[in-house]
Design a protein around this ligand. Structure first.
Ligand SMILES: O=P(O)(O)OC[C@H]1O[C@H](OP(=O)(O)OP(=O)(O)O)[C@H](O)[C@@H]1O
Ligand SMILES: O=C(O)c1cc(=O)[nH]c(=O)[nH]1
Length: 233
């Protein structure tokens, strides 16, 4: 089945912004990857609109299909999550101001502020609120688990997570190059917290798209990487 139009549009913009690159990259977890997704490159106004529309569409589709998915605040972990949460809540209000016009965003400071208003959170206070984390990618899950800890500490209730890109790879461990599939960080978080973890795109989506375009060398390296690190979930 062909990818939905909004996913195709987003992949095209990822490629044109160079946000999806093929080569050799060291991940935060130290794993070596033949591709990298860099959400920081969606900085031009038309690209900001593209990525915020894709997050907003993904959240709206999930909300429409599951009315029990209710939230108050989009939380964007510093740093890359910050503009993503702010622009996504704005785009959702553009889609449907009645449903989304009173939703908020907030984010953490990486360094606590000890003067002025002080504290670690900028934007909506999290206490007593239903929170969805908005981030770019989750590989080992370190960044997301830090964000979950902040939400708990601030008294918020985590009800969902959305990332731009699901790399569909097993959580890095010291024995992870045995070629056997293992659970992904996304799968582990889904199971542990019983919440939806949404993604605009998966690696499978990108591979499907690339197959239609040729790109044999990149596809071969992606296939090898997937064979080595594929997630079991
Ligand atoms: O699942 P993980 O293995 O933690 O890796 C993924 C995270 O790492 C990067 O953020 P980073 O912590 O480098 O912060 P940044 O947003 O300031 O770039 C990236 O933006 C993801 O959020
Ligand atoms: O695992 C990571 O560090 C990582 C992977 C990726 O594709 N993009 C990114 O920003 N970080």
């Amino acid at each position: 089945m062909a990818l939905p139009q909004y996913k195709q549009n987003f992949i095209k913009d990822c490629v044109s912004a160079d946000a999806l690159k093929f080569g050799t990259f060291t991940l935060k977890s130290k794993r070596i990857s033949p591709y990298f997704f860099n959400a920081g490159l969606f900085h031009r106004a038309d690209l900001v609109r593209s990525i915020s529309s894709a997050y907003a569409k993904t959240l709206k589709l999930h909300g429409d299909s599951d009315p029990s998915f209710q939230w108050d605040v989009l939380f964007g972990p510093a740093y890359k999550g910050i503009p993503l949460a702010a622009t996504t809540v704005d785009k959702l209000a553009d889609f449907d101001v009645n449903t989304y016009g009173k939703k908020s965003y907030s984010f953490n400071r990486k360094e606590a502020k000890d003067h002025g208003e002080g504290g670690n959170i900028v934007g909506a206070p999290l206490r007593g609120k239903r929170i969805v984390i908005v981030d770019d990618v989750m590989t080992a899950g370190t960044a997301i688990r830090e964000a979950i800890d902040i939400i708990k500490k601030e008294g918020g209730e985590l009800v969902g997570i959305i990332v731009a890109f699901d790399r569909q790879e097993k959580t890095p461990t010291t024995t992870d190059d045995d070629g056997k599939p293992g659970p992904s960080a996304i799968g582990q978080v889904r199971k542990q917290y019983g919440i939806p973890v949404l993604a605009i795109l998966t690696l499978d989506d990108v591979v499907e798209y690339l197959r239609g375009l040729g790109g044999e060398d990149d596809l071969k390296r992606l296939d090898e990487y997937r064979a080595k690190y594929r997630a079991s979930d």
